[in-house]
Each structure stands twice: as C-alpha cells, then as structure tokens.
Write a protein that binds this ligand. Structure first.
Ligand code: AGP
Length: 610
C-alpha cells in the first residue's frame, strides 16, 4: 500500500511533493523516490528506507522543476532496495511511473518486452508500465493515450502517476483497485493517494473510480475512461483540516488517537441518539424500515482490527436484534462460494474504506444480490462510495498504523445499527432507552478509564522483556482479547495470542508457566463467574495474571498480580472500555522496547492489494 503524490504548477515541485509524501508515509515506508521534469529532462532520485533517508541525500540540492511526483513504497514484488524503489523509468529515461497495486501479468509482459529489446533495471512488476508506455508514447501517442494503451495490456490493480519530458507540465494518473484522487488548486493541481497529502494546499478533490484516467495540467484536468471518453466528475470538499492530521505535540499519533477516544466516541454518537424513543437516527443507511425488515440474515465482513469489532457486532445483533449474524474474514469470503441473497445484509467494516479484500467481498456480495452497508471512517473512500448505504464513524483521521479509536467507534456504530434493527423487531422501547442512555454516558466513561494510563504504564514496565503473552476473554470480551493481542503483536513484535478463556483447557493451557503473562479481560458481565474459574486454572499453573476488571471487583482481583479497573456499563458496551487499557499496555511496552509505534515494521495503514 504505497503512497503517491504529484504536482504540476508554477511552484518548485520537489519540496511540495516531498512534504505531501511525508503525510502518506503511514501507507508504506520500505523505500522512497522522486521524479522531476525540468529543462535538463527527467531527474529521478530514490533511496531505500524512510523518506528521511531520501531527504538527507537531497538536502541542499533539491532538483528544480514545476512538475514533480514522489512515492513511498510498501514492497510486494522485489525487495525494498534502491533499484526497486519508485519511480521507474523507460529505456530512454524520459518517462517515469509510480504505482500502488500489483500487475499480475507482469512476468509475461516483461518477457515480451525484453524480447522487443527493452532493458529492465528492477525486479518490480511496476517497471513494465514504463516500457509499455514508452512503446506507444514513442510512436507519437499523447501521454494520456499511451497510458491508456499500456493499461489495456495489464491485469491486476493499480493507482499510477506518470510524467514525461515530452509533456513537461502534464501528470497522467489512472486507477483500478487502488485509491487515487485529483486535488484542485488555483493555477496548480495535484494527484495523490489520499487527501492528507494535499490538505496543506487545497480541500477540493475529485476521487477517481476504477477504469478512470486523469490528464492533469496546471490550469485544467480531464477525467476520461480507458476508451478516452471524457467524464464529468463531482468535486468533493474534504472536511478534515491540516490540524487534525498533525501529531499536535504528542510523541506518537497512536497515543494521540488513544487519548482522543472520548471525543471520537462522542462524534460517532453525535445526532444519532433518540433517547425518548429508545431508538437511533442513521441518515446514511439508505435503506427503508421495510428494506431492513426484509433482512433475514446479516454477514459482517472485514480484516484485522475491523474483523474483531465485527465479532462484537455479531454478538450484539443476535442478542438484541435476534437476527442470525455471521462474521467472515473478507479475504476468505471473496473466494469461497458464499450463500447470500437479496434478504442478506452484508456489512463491510473498514477504517480506511480502501482495504482490497473487504472491498472485493462487498462487490461479490452485491453481485449476488445482497444489500451492502459500510461502516467506514474515511469519507469519500472507495467502500463508502460503492456500498448501498452506511454509517460514517466520524472518528477523525487515524494516522497511526495500529488502529485504536476506529475500533471503539466501530463498536459504537455497530451498537447503533443493532438498535436500529432491534427496534424494528422485538426490542422494546424500555430496552432501547437503556442502551441509548448507556451509549450517551460512554464518552465520560472512556475519559475516566484513560485517566488511569499511569497505572497501565507501571504494568507495562514489568512486561517489556516478555517473549509471549496470552490474552483471554469471554462473550463480548473474547474479541477484545483478540484485539489486545493484535495491538501488542503489531507494534512491539512480541508474540501474543487471544483466545476464548474456556478454550484454554483444550490446548493453550500447556503454555502456562511463571514466564507466561496472561491478560484476562474480565469485567463483571453475564459470563464473569466462568472467567473467575479460568483465572484460577491459570494461577494453579503458576501463571502471572494481569486483569481488566470492573471497579469494586473482588473475585478476579484477589487472584490477579496486576489489575486495571473500568467502570460498569452494559455488557454489550464493555468492549469500548475494556480495550482501552490493552491499547495503552501495547503502546507503553512498544515505546520502552524502542519500536517505531506509528510505523511498525512490515505494516501499512490500509492494505490496498490482496
Ligand atoms: C490494525 O491495527 C491494523 N492496522 C489492521 O489490522 C487493520 O485493522 C486492517 O488492515 C483493516 O483495515 P481497515 O479497517 O482500514 O479496513
């Protein structure tokens, strides 16, 4: 999941695209590169590693030129070396290509191009694009037409930007599967993977859809399809401003986003609670009550952290709305032969709204006649634009690769959707009011738990050198155990596993000894007593127990070595509170281990290739 930004206009482009690229670095940070068109032709500079390495190399001698593009890479084909860094050029060094995606037939194209005398300098799939464009552009085709011609020959996914010395003020961009937008300035224009790269200059953007090409110059831009037919596209005003994507004095985006959760949860609830009716107002579902009543089955599909919130949604839907609900890994759902029809509601959960597997799963569901909803944070993202309706999380930009505030907002959005479905069925107005009141209290309860961060920091101190951690929970808090383990894995690189607490006896209990810390998510809910027995089983084998318990707890607390207390709330909402100490625990451990918390190795914020 690479990041691309390009500029054409009166200003010096190199500095502008490097500044924009830094805001895209959460998309991938294996290598970085820059290309500029100027009087001496095409200048390309690239370096392995983070953008800072490239900047250091260019310090004091940024290339001149008014048309420029830059790329930060998450390696799929070819190791993260300088040669494999983007941009890639043609044989003559007059065309430069940056790419986000995978060219699936690159191998065959490469063989054919090599036979036709082209010389390859990298191991990447991307480089075939530069040579294919060279063949057509060299024969006199405009850059736009040459790019379209090249794309007719490739299979796979792409978001690309292309420069050429023959059209020095032109940037050609194209999209199929990977997000890309055109950003409109005054006398200057941009192309970028997402809006964060250009927010310092403009908030007017045009999102490209699959199969579209943009020919962008300083004073105009044209959107065409691959048959060169011009298309009219709406200009969207991006709500987020620069301040919201800045770290704002925090050491890490992850810490900022963890501590923003009272506000992000409040924003997810804003204007959606109808206390008197014990119901909710969800303006974006785009499905009438009749449509919702026809639904006899729900499938929730997602990846990673979003998949964990989906599990909580399943429990909620079946308990309160009494609708059969299943959770599917999007990457599995899209390739197996799932049974869905017009009475199935397929809900895709995605913070970025760009995760390739979740997008493909929703497209597959739609192809089979299902109604589709998106629970999405990024406004204007592909999933948000392609589903029938949805719920925006309004959690604000999430820059840290490890998802935190999006998770709690996803759980809140699922509770809102459950109320909507439940109140249309068997959920009474009194039950509805109870959930609405508990939801309304959540922001203050979240703030209350986050105030205990120093307690969590002390516990983290004791786990810094551990090699393994087991997370256990039951009911609504089993998925929280999975999420706690994922957070620790992805930012501290400590091996961790989440499990339903009762499953322990069927194997994992063999792992328990005095070296294995076990984190129990054990609020006082319907399955609490069962969890107490599971804690005793661990203590009986000498395990070290860290427990998340409800304030005033006595059962688990007397057994635990360390504990963090959370306030009481309804069972279905406890995950919004119980996950907070686990987010902080992972954060503090990772910081003490000197890990790059915001940009963990090998990861990227949104996975736009399958
Ligand atoms: C979570 O911390 C990870 N960044 C990752 O698992 C993420 O949740 C997953 O890639 C799904 O992303 P999405 O919500 O943007 O679709």
């Amino acid at each position: 999941m690479c990041g691309i930004v390009a500029y054409t206009g009166p200003r010096q482009g190199a500095a502008l695209v490097l500044e924009g690229l830094k805001r895209l670095e959460y998309r991938g940070y294996d290598s970085a590169g820059l290309a500029v068109v100027n009087d001496s032709g095409l200048e390309v500079h690239k370096a392995p590693g983070k953008i800072a390495v490239l900047e250091k190399r260019l310090a004091g001698h940024l290339p001149e030129g008014h048309t420029a593009m830059a790329h930060t890479r998450w390696a799929t084909h070819g190791a993260p070396t300088e040669a494999n860094a983007h941009p890639h050029t043609d044989c003559g060094g007059t065309i430069a290509v940056t790419h986000n995606g995978i060219i699936e037939n690159a191998g065959a194209l490469r063989t054919a191009l090599t036979k036709r005398g082209h010389v390859f300098r990298s191991e990447t799939d991307t480089e075939v694009l530069a040579h294919l464009i060279e063949e057509l552009h060299g024969k006199g085709a405009s850059l736009g037409d040459a790019v379209a011609g090249a794309l007719h020959q490739v299979e796979g996914t792409y978001g690309i930007a292309v420069l050429s010395t023959r059209e020095p003020d032109t940037v050609v961009a194209a999209r199929k599967g990977s997000p890309l937008l055109v950003a409109i300035g005054t006398g200057e224009n941009w192309v970028a993977s997402d809006a964060s790269a250009v927010l310092a200059h403009t908030r007017s953007v045009v999102y490209l859809d699959d199969g579209e090409i943009a020919v962008v110059r300083p004073h105009d831009y044209h959107i065409l399809d691959l048959a060169a037919v011009e298309k009219e596209k709406a200009v969207t005003h991006v709500e987020w401003d620069l301040a919201t994507i800045e770290r704002g004095g925090y050491q890490h985006f992850m810490l900022k986003e963890i501590l923003e959760q009272p506000e992000s949860v409040r924003n997810t609830l804003r204007g959606r609670l109808l206390e008197e009716e014990g119901a909710v107002r969800l303006g974006g579902l785009n499905l009438s009550d009749d449509d919702l009543l026809k639904i006899d089955r729900i499938v929730i599909t997602a990846c990673g952290t979003s998949w964990h919130s989906a599990l909580i949604g399943e429990y909620m839907m079946e308990e309160l709305a009494r609708i059969p609900t299943e959770v599917e890994y999007a990457s599995e759902f899209r390739y197996r032969n799932p049974i869905v029809d017009e009475r199935t509601l397929v809900v895709g959960i995605s913070q970025s709204g760009e995760t390739a597997d979740t997008l493909a799963a929703l497209r597959e569901a739609k192809r089979r006649g299902a109604r589709t909803l998106g629970l999405v944070n990024v406004v204007g993202s592909t999933i948000a634009r392609e589903v029938d309706g949805g719920i925006y999380l309004h959690a604000g930009p999430e820059i840290g690769v490890a998802s935190t505030k999006a998770f709690t907002s996803q759980i809140v959005a699922l509770a809102l959707l459950t109320l909507q479905m439940g109140r249309l069925r068997s959920l009474s107005i009194l039950q509805g009011r109870e959930v609405v009141r508990a939801l309304a209290r959540l922001p203050e309860l979240v703030a209350h738990v986050l105030a205990k961060a120093p307690e969590v920091e002390q516990i983290a101190e004791r786990l810094v050198r551990t090699a393994n951690v087991l997370y256990l929970g039951r009911g609504y808090n089993f998925p929280v155990a999975l999420e706690g383990a994922l957070k620790l894995k992805e930012i501290s690189y400590i091996h961790a596993e989440g499990y339903p607490a009762a499953e322990m006896k069927h194997g994992p209990i063999a792992l328990i000894d005095e070296l294995m810390p076990v984190v129990f998510v054990a609020p006082r809910d319907a399955v609490y007593q069962k969890v107490v027995s599971n804690v005793e089983e661990v203590k009986a084998r000498g395990g070290r127990v860290i427990a998340i318990v409800t304030e005033g707890d006595t059962g688990v607390s007397r057994l635990a070595d360390h504990k963090v207390e959370i306030p009481e709330t309804l069972d279905l909402l406890t995950p919004v509170l119980s996950v907070l100490p686990l987010q902080l625990l992972a954060y503090y451990i990772a910081v003490r281990r000197g890990c790059n918390v915001d940009q963990p190795r090998n990861l990227a914020k949104s996975v736009t290739v399958e």
